[in-house]
Design a protein around this ligand. Structure first.
Ligand code: NDP
Length: 379
């Protein structure tokens, strides 16, 4: 039985940088957004330590503290939060329906999916976030975020795909040596990425090998990895001071499968010119739709975009879709060439009001040409 039915203009699923930035914008636009936290409130930054690349914090900031600031800023403008996660949706009509794990039924006039992605982990001893393991104390899944902390240190990268090659190559900027440990004897990565890694004199490879444990302690940080050669059965310990797990990411979008267009991995497809998905009124932002940049600042940027798109949609303004068409909340569809509007009842009308000359200007308008400003002094 439903605990409570809530009906909101903007519902945001996810509370990482994308979701909370969307919340700040939507709340300041007086749309009273509801954020559903998700299983990891605050998102991936809450399991990192120091964040040095988020603009505005010259001295760096701890990941959990940064996300606390995001949340307080969103609360300040009236964002509501639910600490639960969505386990079923129906996006067939507006208001969209969402059901949460704790029994809430939620009606959403617009929905912003900011459910993020999770790095895949090996599930081995020593890998979990501190204090249980050495995550944040030498174990990481993001070279861009944490590579800087490993200047002059030997590092292990686990994986054989494009992410592993990219992380390994990037880490050679800092590390004294990068050793890629891969479970097979050939890489899955694309040829160009493999070639770059093979040519890099700072990268070595250890083949047919599983990483079975990350060694070290909270005092020493990571001191090595315990390896198992799955061809010979040989066990060994390999000394290093950092371990980057690069075995892929999984977007947290399973609950939206069948409704939203996604790629093979599960990243939601957005329009490119907006954060619109294939369903008018549903927007996606952050890592749930970005397999490439995956940064807190880019996630925050797309969160802002998704909120502005939702605001426009609720204001009955046209929002660009992937097809190039624009849709409104009333169901009007503006053709990609902006020439026609298909009305909700199917009637097709010109997009140029009488008297307009088709380029957005009124036929009688006299062009006003401003003189170029000159910085030169009159002679
Ligand atoms: P992939 O799934 O392509 O590769 C994952 C790698 O991790 C594989 O080598 C796999 O081994 C290994 N792996 C998976 N699970 C385990 C495990 N439990 N233990 C040990 N090893 C494991 O993921 P990526 O993140 O590398 O790439 C995802 C997508 O993103 C790809 O399409 C890729 O091309 C793209 N991408 C593109 C980039 C670019 O062009 N710049 C950069 C990064 C990603 P095995 O090979 O044995 O299965």
């Amino acid at each position: 039985m439903a605990k409570e039915t809530l009906h909101r203009e903007v519902v945001i699923v996810g509370s990482g940088p994308a979701g909370l930035t969307a919340a700040i914008y939507a709340a300041r636009a007086e749309l009273h957004p509801l954020v559903i936290h998700g299983p990891q409130p605050g998102g991936q930054l809450t399991i990192t330590t120091e964040v040095e690349n988020y603009p505005g914090f010259a001295e760096g900031i701890q990941g959990p503290e940064l996300m606390q600031q995001f949340e307080e800023q969103a609360r300040r403008f009236g964002t509501e939060f639910l600490i639960t996660f969505v386990n079923k949706v129906d996006l067939s009509a507006r208001p969209f329906m969402l059901w949460t794990e704790d029994g809430h039924e939620i009606k959403a006039e617009t929905l912003i999916v900011a459910s993020g992605a999770s790095a895949k982990w090996l599930g081995i001893p020593g890998e979990a976030p501190a204090p249980q393991g050495l995550g944040g104390l030498g174990v990481s899944a993001c070279a861009t975020c944490d590579g800087f902390f490993f200047k002059g240190k030997p590092i292990v990268v686990v994986g054989g795909g494009d992410t592993a090659m990219e992380e390994a190559t990037f880490l050679t900027r800092y590390a004294s040596r990068v050793t890629v440990v891969h479970r097979r004897d050939s890489l899955r990565a694309s040829k160009i990425m493999q070639d770059k890694a093979f040519k890099n004199p700072k990268i070595d490879f250890v083949w047919d090998t599983d990483v079975r444990e990350v060694a070290g302690s909270p005092e020493t940080g990571v001191t090595g990895v315990k390896l198992y050669n799955n061809k010979t059965g040989e066990e060994s310990e390999f000394p290093c001071e950092g371990v980057f797990i690069a075995i892929g990411h999984k977007p947290n979008t399973d609950v939206f499968k069948g409704w939203l267009d996604m790629d093979d991995v599960g990243y939601i497809k957005t329009a490119g010119v907006s954060m619109a998905t294939n369903i008018p009124g549903v927007f996606a932002c952050g890592d749930a739709q970005d397999s490439f940049y995956r940064q807190a600042v880019t996630a925050a940027g797309t969160g802002c975009m998704a909120a502005i798109d939702a605001e426009r949609f609720l204001d009955s303004l046209p929002v660009p879709m992937a097809s190039g068409e624009e849709v409104t909340i009333e169901g009007e569809v503006v053709s990609a060439d902006r020439e026609q509007v298909t009305m909700p009842d199917g009637e097709v009308v010109s997009n140029h009001p009488e008297g307009s000359n088709g380029d957005g200007k009124h036929a009688d308008d006299n062009a006003v040409v401003y003189a170029r400003h000159s910085t030169e002094l009159p002679s």
